[in-house]
Each structure stands twice: as structure tokens, then as C-alpha cells.
Design a protein around this ligand. Structure first.
Ligand code: ZN
Ligand code: ZN
Length: 115
């Protein structure tokens, strides 16, 4: 039995929804680190569940046309006027592309002062 990551301690965070305290456990921190999530969780587990189930209950599907492939699809939210909406598969694709782009080492260019 060896502690591999002795630096990780349980953290107490404040929930953005109910303002209550919740514990961001060392195990969860390790999970976030592996997943390379940059932000700490914002909500307590109860509020996370509440949000998830609320989404299920409302189920207000809106018919939209995918801005990428042109297919008619439904989304579980009300799209903002003028905002391009993507069907699920196009959304997954673009998200995967974004993740890939984020994984590419980015060159840090000097700050541009010219205006
Ligand atoms: Zn909460
Ligand atoms: Zn599409």
C-alpha cells in the first residue's frame, strides 16, 4: 500500500447552484487531472443530478436544421436566434476536432502590443 500522489487532498468547494459546500475528493481530483480538466467542478453532486434530471423532464425538443449537414434534427434546448445549430453527430465531430486541436502543442507567440 503506497501513496502515489501524496500531494492530493480533499478540497472543499462551493456549489455554484445552491451555494453549499461539497467535497472535491482526492480521487476525483486525480480523475480530473487524468482527464486534463482545467476547472474544478462547479456544482455539488446533488445539483449535478438535479440538472441532469431536469434536462430529462423538460424534454423540450426543438426542431432545427443542422448548420453543418443540413439534416433536420431535434435538440433538447431552445437554440439562440442566429446561432448555428448542429445535429448530434456533427456536434460530436466538431467537439472531437476541438479536443484534438486542444491537444496540439500551441506555439506561444509574443504578446502583440500594436493597436
Ligand atoms: Zn448544489
Ligand atoms: Zn449535422
Amino acid at each position: 500500500m503506497q501513496m502515489i500522489e501524496p500531494s492530493l487532498d480533499d478540497k472543499v468547494l462551493l456549489c455554484a447552484d445552491c451555494g453549499g459546500e461539497f467535497v472535491f475528493t482526492a480521487g476525483e481530483q486525480e480523475f480530473f487531472r487524468i482527464k486534463q480538466f482545467k476547472n474544478d467542478p462547479k456544482r455539488c453532486p446533488e445539483c449535478k443530478v438535479k440538472r441532469a434530471t431536469r434536462g430529462f423532464k423538460v424534454h423540450a425538443e426543438t426542431r432545427v436544421t443542422c448548420s453543418t449537414c443540413g439534416r433536420v434534427t431535434t435538440v433538447p434546448f431552445k437554440p439562440t436566434q442566429g446561432r448555428p445549430v448542429q445535429c448530434r453527430s456533427c456536434f460530436e465531430l466538431s467537439r472531437a476536432a476541438a479536443v484534438q486541436a486542444a491537444e496540439q502543442p500551441q506555439e506561444v507567440s509574443g504578446s502583440l502590443m500594436a493597436s
